[in-house]
Design a protein around this ligand. Structure first.
Ligand code: ADP
Length: 257
């Protein structure tokens, strides 16, 4: 009888925990959808007025009858640059929303092929930086959406390249495989590193830790896209980093069936 009561108590606990987890998941899904619809609407509705604003600014600057002082012309040119910057942010919002709205289409994918493809597209940056790419072992075949998984590697590898300034730069790409468990992929760099207090905020949209162009520009949406894609595959993303030494970003995806 004691054993049965214990089992019932355990069952009740498991049930309660499952319900909490499920409702947290629903809440996360809802927030993701809200952010996506906002991104979609905002990116469409802001583009047109900004384009008009930029046209008016250009008319003003080019209208020689108005005889602006050089100070006023400088201000008009700054306004023009700010509008261009806002348009770039809107484009990023649009990319974010498009990726967020894409249906996940899972198939059997050789991750080595995906990574080769991303590295080929980054070849000139890799050469320019003189970064050594380390791949200790072939990456596994898994079950995922190849287009979206490419986005994850593209963003993590671009960051690993960008946020490294020292000589002897390297990036390591690997996977940790365990039986009956998701595959943990990692992208490790010996770059500038991230302080622990920033581990969470860097995943929020448009959050950046540096001045706009210090490390070759960026928009602050890359990691938000990584998190969104991995979570929609049912996995999670996390990082380990030491400021001044380097960072490792981990994410989990399901092995091939
Ligand atoms: P972006 O690179 O366009 O700014 P991300 O969302 O990809 O946007 O990254 C957010 C911020 O996290 C970056 O601005 C940078 O400050 C920090 N970061 C991301 N990856 C790394 C890395 N590998 N090393 C150091 N800092 C990083």
């Amino acid at each position: 009888k004691g054993a049965r009561e214990l089992m019932q108590a355990i069952n009740a606990l498991v049930l309660r925990r499952t319900q909490t987890l499920l409702s947290e998941n629903v809440e996360l899904e809802r927030r993701n959808t809200d952010l996506n619809s906002f991104a979609h609407i905002a990116s469409h509705d802001l583009r047109e007025p900004l384009r008009n604003l930029q046209n008016y600014l250009r008319f003003l600057r080019e209208d020689h009858q108005l005889e602006f002082s050089s100070e006023a012309l400088r201000k008009l040119s700054t306004m023009d640059a700010l509008v261009t910057q806002s348009k770039e942010l809107i484009d990023v919002l649009n990319t974010y929303s498009n990726i967020g709205r894409m249906e996940i289409s899972t198939r059997t994918v050789n991750v080595d092929t995906v990574v080769n493809d991303v590295l080929a597209s980054l070849e000139s940056l890799i050469r320019e930086k003189g970064t050594e790419i380390r791949r200790p072992r072939p990456l596994p075949v898994i079950s995922c959406d190849p287009v979206l998984t490419r986005e994850v590697f593209a963003n993590l590898l671009t960051n690993a390249l960008k946020y490294t300034v020292r000589d002897g730069r390297w990036i390591e790409i690997g996977a940790i495989e365990e039986p009956n468990a998701p595959v943990t992929f990692y992208v490790r760099d010996n770059g500038i590193g991230i302080r622990e207090k920033h581990f969470e905020v860097i995943f929020r949209i448009f959050r950046r830790l540096h001045a706009h162009d210090e490390y070759g520009g960026g928009t602050g949406a890359g990691l938000t896209i990584v998190k969104n894609v991995v979570e929609r595959h049912g996995g999670r993303v996390w990082l380990e980093s030491k400021f001044g030494e380097g960072s490792t970003f981990y994410f989990q995806l399901q092995p091939a069936l």
